[in-house]
Design a binder for this molecule. Structure first.
Ligand SMILES: Nc1ncnc2c1ncn2[C@@H]1O[C@H](COP(=O)(O)OP(=O)(O)OP(=O)(O)O)[C@@H](O)[C@H]1O
Length: 707
């Protein structure tokens, strides 16, 4: 039937596009697995005439693009899905479905991404002409891996790794005028301070665009249409392949429309699989900060050269002022990292101490850690700060002198962490910083009994010596008079130490701080044998979450942290359980011959540390509860504290068994497997393999419950 092309011709304005992806799991044969996915676009207004229409497979007719908000743009090996076929189907009155069949390759299959499908024109076979649809909005369709049955998504995508948004703290705008009308607006944004310290943040995304018309009011929220918003990616320092930022983001809004309001949303990306912004669906759009262009700054705009000399000079003045601001920002950055200035930033000024107030004894090294060497120092007698020092005014001093660049950052993180934690009787006090010969010195309270691990080991060794001499400390009148009672430690005192660590952790809880690196090595023992919790270089808060175990801390890390989930106070509870184990073994080595890389597998299989020899069943039961898979099943620090106090009350100095009898045969006293010398305290042959199954059944036998 010939086409008359009069009243029967279809007008594009009478059409509407609606679409969705209907995923069909149809793997394609071949060397590389592929997945065919149907994208169905409904076109209303075509009147049962599927066979009348065609789509040309060229870009202006049909384009399929992933949106920049999809994480896939940073996967360099990723290819766009291939178009396999496209055809029309009548699906009901006035509605025709355009079925687009796409082929996804393996990588596509494993990632979540959003595509923009744009049907630019349809070919009307009857009238032999193109129907232009470019005025119709493109369709966004999301391809979500986890919804496809049988596809093994790349790792499990976890909700915890979604972007963290609303990070903007303040902003400045600069208007560029050309020929007396606003041409573009440069925007300089700074973000919430704490985010700079968050090592896990991979990069930041700034979304900007016009606010939707129903935006509430001048001070209200701006509702951004994220699909249309412009996106700029900013790297955290030391990351490659994207624009670096130094606590500031700069981007440009071109073709600025003075009659519209603009908004900006800054999101931090923790996990590149989730570059997509918080999901925008239906009416729940993302609210962004409104950007108001300052008129005072606008009046200093750069004017086209044709304008008067005066205005040109003003323009230059503006550029100079801008450069000056950049210079100030640059200098403060250098100061903040301690490279140029004596002091750090504003905040640290209150902690910056006069160089003359500190005498550093560089020949007295009290310890070495990953982020610096610790020396003894002495503050001048006229120094009176908030921390009470011993009569010699001794302090511990950590220096960043021999550290490389990346470790220097960790050194500064530790100082920042100590400041954030603040003061408490069970917390190692931060005293201040001193700048000496260009190096920053971290001055802290000195604990003459060193760290808890060494403290316990020393006491254990002395007690083993006594045992070998035949002394039984649990007898009411020990047979030898020459026992140095300062060198032994009672079970009651072990409980006291554990309980004091709990108090420190409860204090952190009041500030919503997660320690992330709790272990006996990071607990100091003061001259009066009390606990001072230290090492705050890895702390996290709800606004600066942490989701990876700290290096060297795997054996103390909770299951969720080993799996890359976010740490909470209940993750610290797990670490505390390991510390309690260290205390009740008097410095035993947890998982003594398991390398860090093997810990996650072992813990996931249900393996837990064995019961320390001589440890009360109630205390081992407590440890096991701190190592439960589900964090919310674990006891809180206040419950732990009560249970330890209960145990301590049954173990008074008058009690008959107040000292541990140490079995030197225990595995966990074996030295580092890499060392060749046999440990002095052990007569056991070295085990080659960790016999997890045997230990699990032993634990079960003792406790009477299954894993
Ligand atoms: N305030 C202090 N008082 C007494 N001794 C200290 C003090 N701070 C640190 N030390 C000693 O110095 C050692 C090294 O401390 P540092 O904090 O540098 O490293 P670490 O905590 O042992 O390990 P890392 O930070 O590498 O995990 C400690 O183990 C401890 O023995």
């Amino acid at each position: 039937e010939p086409c008359t092309c009069t009243s029967k011709c279809v007008k594009s304005s009478s059409m509407a596009l609606k679409g969705r992806i209907r995923q069909e799991n149809r793997p394609e044969e071949g060397p590389e697995p592929k997945l065919a996915v149907m994208a169905v676009v409904y076109i209303e207004g075509l009147e049962f005439e599927a066979n009348r229409w065609d789509v040309l497979k060229n870009e202006s007719s049909l384009s399929i693009d992933w949106l920049p908000m999809s994480h896939d743009v940073i996967e360099s090996s990723r290819r766009p899905p291939k178009l396999k076929s496209v055809h029309f189907v009548d699906v009901g009155q006035e509605t025709t479905a355009l079925v687009i069949e796409l082929l996804f390759d393996l990588l596509n299959m494993k990632l979540r991404s959003t595509y923009e499908i744009r049907v630019g024109s349809l070919y009307d076979t009857k009238c032999d002409k193109m129907l232009d649809l470019t005025s119709h909005a493109a369709l966004n369709v999301t391809f979500a891996c986890e919804k496809i049955i049988g596809v093994d998504c790349r790792d499990a995508i976890k909700i915890d790794h979604h972007p963290v948004c609303n990070l903007m703290r303040s902003y400045h705008t600069r208007v560029i005028e050309r020929e007396n009308h606003v041409d573009q607006v440069d925007v300089l944004i700074s973000i919430e301070k704490n985010y700079h310290r968050l090592k896990k943040m991979r990069y930041f995304l700034a979304y900007s665009g016009k606010c939707e018309e129903h935006t509430k009011n001048d001070h209200g929220e701006c509702v951004l249409d994220m699909a249309k918003a412009n996106m700029t990616r900013f790297c955290v320092p030391n990351r490659v392949n994207c624009t670096r930022y130094n606590r500031k983001f700069a981007f440009t809004i071109s073709n600025y429309d003075t009659s519209s309001k603009y908004g900006v949303q800054i999101c931090g990306i923790l996990d590149h699989r989730f570059e997509a912004p918080p999901i925008v669906s239906g009416t729940s759009k993302i609210a962004a900060d409104v950007l108001t262009v300052s008129t005072t700054i606008a009046s200093l705009s750069v004017i086209a050269p044709a304008d008067s000399l005066l205005r040109t000079l003003i323009g230059y003045a503006f550029v100079l002022a801008f450069l000056l601001i950049i210079l100030i920002i640059f200098i403060s950055y250098k100061c903040a990292t301690g490279r140029w200035c004596k002091g750090n930033n504003q905040e640290s000024d209150q902690f910056l101490m006069d160089e003359k107030s500190l005498t550093l004894f560089e020949d007295i090294v009290i310890g070495k850690g990953r982020f610096g060497t610790v020396y003894i120092g002495q503050l001048s007698l006229d120094w009176h700060g908030p921390v009470v020092l011993d009569d010699q005014q001794r302090v511990a001093v950590k220096t960043n002198r021999y550290l490389d660049k990346s470790k220097k950052q960790d050194f500064f993180d530790e100082i920042e962490g100590a400041k954030e934690v603040g003061r408490h009787s069970r917390i190692l006090s931060f005293i201040g910083t001193v700048v000496k010969n260009g190096n920053v010195l971290h001055v802290m309270e000195y604990c003459s009994n060193g760290n808890l691990l060494d403290y316990l080991i020393l006491k254990r060794k002395y007690m083993v010596e006594l045992q070998e001499k035949g002394v039984n400390l649990n007898e009411s009148l020990p047979s030898l008079n020459d026992i140095d009672f300062d060198e032994v430690i009672s079970i009651h005192d072990l409980y006291r130490i554990a309980s004091q660590i709990c108090t420190a952790m409860m204090y952190l809880g009041t500030k919503s701080i997660v320690h992330n690196a709790l272990c006996a090595r990071h607990v100091m023992i003061s001259s009066d044998h009390n606990v001072k919790l230290g090492d705050f270089g890895s702390i996290s808060t709800p606004t600066t979450p942490n989701c990876t175990p700290v290096v060297n801390q795997y054996k103390w890390s909770s299951l969720e942290l080993l799996r890359g989930e976010t740490a909470t106070a209940l993750s610290d509870v797990w670490s505390f359980g390991v510390v309690l184990w260290e205390i009740l073994t008097m410095g035993g080595r947890p998982y003594y011959n398991v390398p860090d890389a093997g810990i996650r597998g072992l813990v996931e299989k249900g393996f837990r540390l064995q019961k320390p020899d001589g440890c009360a069943i109630s205390m081992y039961q407590l440890m096991r509860e701190t190592w439960l898979d589900n964090p919310t099943d674990r006891p809180t620090f206040s419950q732990i504290s009560q249970r330890i106090s209960q145990a301590a009350s049954q173990c008074t100095p008058e009690a008959s068994r107040n000292f541990l009898t140490i079995s030197t045969l225990c595995d966990y006293y074996l030295d580092d497997p890499s060392s060749t010398s046999r440990p002095a305290t052990s007569s056991l042959p070295r085990r080659q393999h960790y016999d997890a199954a045997a230990l699990i059944s032993e634990s079960e036998r003792l406790l009477g419950y299954r894993l």
